[in-house]
Write a protein that binds this ligand. Sequence first.
Ligand code: XMP
Length: 515
Amino acid sequence: MKSSDKILILDFGSQYTQLIARRVREIGVFSEVKPSSISIEKILELNPSGIILSGGPETVTISSSQKVHKSLLEAKIPILGICYGMQTIANELGGSVIRSNIREFGHSEISYVNHSVLFDSVSFDSNILNVWMSHGDKVEVLPDNFEIIASSKDCKVAGFQNLDSNIFGLQFHPEVTHTNQGETILSNFIFKVCGCRKNWSTFDIIDSMVSDIKNKVKNEKVLLGLSGGVDSSVVAMLLHKAIKNNLICIFVDHGLLRLGEVDEVMSTFKSLDIDIRLIDASQLFLSKLSGETDPEQKRKIIGNTFIEVFENEAKKIKDVSWLAQGTIYPDVIESSSDDHNSSVIKSHHNVGGLPEKMNLKLLEPIRELFKDEVRKIGAELNTPEHILKRHPFPGPGLGIRVMGEITSERISILQKADKIFIDELKSEKIYDSLSQAFVVYLPVKSVGVVGDERRYEDVLALRAVETVDFMTAKWAHLPYDFIGKVSNRIVNEISLVSRVVYDCTGKPPATIEWE
Ligand code: XMP
C-alpha cells in the first residue's frame, strides 16, 4: 500500500515532542503525534511513510517503562529514534542500554564514524558537529546488524543505523536549534530514507481545508463563537472564504473584556463583511459572579454562563447545523495523551460540551495546526495584523485578573490601567517581543500621598512574560525607566490606585495568570 507522505511521531514524554512535529512540518511534510502506547494495528492503519520515536524522561533499564513494540521494528517502516527513542530500539533488538556515570546535558560535540544518509550534506568541521544532548542512559552494546554512525567523548554510540531495515537512532536532538544542521539531518530522514514528497505549505493547507469545509458543510449554516483571539478569528476567516454568508458569528461580551475591545472586534469583522452579532451579557455575568471570591468557582460560573448565553442566542438563529470551534493541535495532543497523570492546576474555560447539548455537528477546521501555523495561514487569509499579533487573552478575561470579588468598579480600574500598560508597550515597540502582558488588580489597601493628601487605595501589579509554549515562562526584564513611566501614568491617571508593583516570578513556581 502506498504510504501517505506523513511522518508519525510517537510520544514517549519528551518536552521536545511537539517541536519534532513542528520541525517536520516546517520541512514541508505533514506530521502527527500519537502516544507511545498506540497499538501497532492503529499505526499500520495510519500508514505513515516513516516514524520518529521521541525522547522521554524514563529509562529502558526498568521493566515498567514504555517501550517500542518489537513488531513495529519489524514492520518495514523507516524509523528514527531520538534519545530515549534510540535506547528503546536498542533494548528491544537485543542491544544493551546502561545508566551512564557521566550525564550529558546541553552542548556536546559528535564526530562522524561511518557513512550515513542522515549526514548527507551535513558538514562536520574538523570532524566535529555541535549538537544538543540531554541524557543519563546510553547505548552500550549495539543490536545485531547495527553500526555506529557517530560518537561523542562520553557516548560511543551517539548515532546508529541498520540500513537493511531502515532503522536509525540519534542520541542527540536534531529538532533543537542548538544542534547544528539538525534540519538537514531530519530532512535526510524524511526525504531520502522515507521518500516523502512535500505536501505541507500554507497554500496546500488552506486549499485542502477550504475544500474539506465545503464538502462537509455543503449549503448548511455554521455558527461560530468569535472571541477576537487568534484561533477563532482565523477560523472565521477560513470559513468565510469557504462558505461566505453561511457563517454566522456570535461575539459574547461578558463584561470582562479589555477597554475598547468590543468595538474593535465588531468593527474589524464587520469591515471584512463577516456576519457577526454582538450579545451584551455583561450584567448577567456580573450578577452571577457577585460575592464570589474563589478562582475556580469564578472560572466555572463564567464558563457555564457563557454556554447558557451562547445556547440561548443560537436557538434564535434558524437552520443552523454546525458549530465551529478553534481547537488547535496542542489541545488535541494533550487530550489524547491523558494517560499522563497531571494534576489539574486550573480548570480552563472551554465550551467543549456545547455541540452535543445543542444538537449540532462539530466543525474544527484548524485542529491539525500548531499556533505558528495558525498565524501563517491567518496572514495568508488577510486576517488583520493587530489580531494575529495579539497576546493570548484567557476565556474568563479580566475575571481572573481581578483578585477576589469582581465588581464593575474594579473591572473599570483594571481596564484603564491595562490600556495604559499595553499602549505604552506598543508605543515603545516592546509589545511584540513579549508573549503576554497585562495588569492584575489586588484588593489590598495601601497608603499613598498625593500633594498634601493621604491616599488609601488599591494596588495593581504589572505582569509581562516571555515563553514559547506557555507551559513555562520567564518574567520579562522590562527596562526600569519604562516600568517607572507606566507606574506614574497609572497612579496619576487613576485616582483609585495608590501603588503599582512589578511581578518578577517565573512559571514555575508561579503561573502566568494570578488566579
Ligand atoms: P497559566 O496561568 O495557567 O496560563 O500559566 C497559561 C496560559 O493560559 C491562559 N489561561 C487561560 N486561557 N481560559 C483560557 O482560555 C482560562 O481559564 C485560562 N487560564 C489561563 C493564560 O492567559 C496563559 O496564556
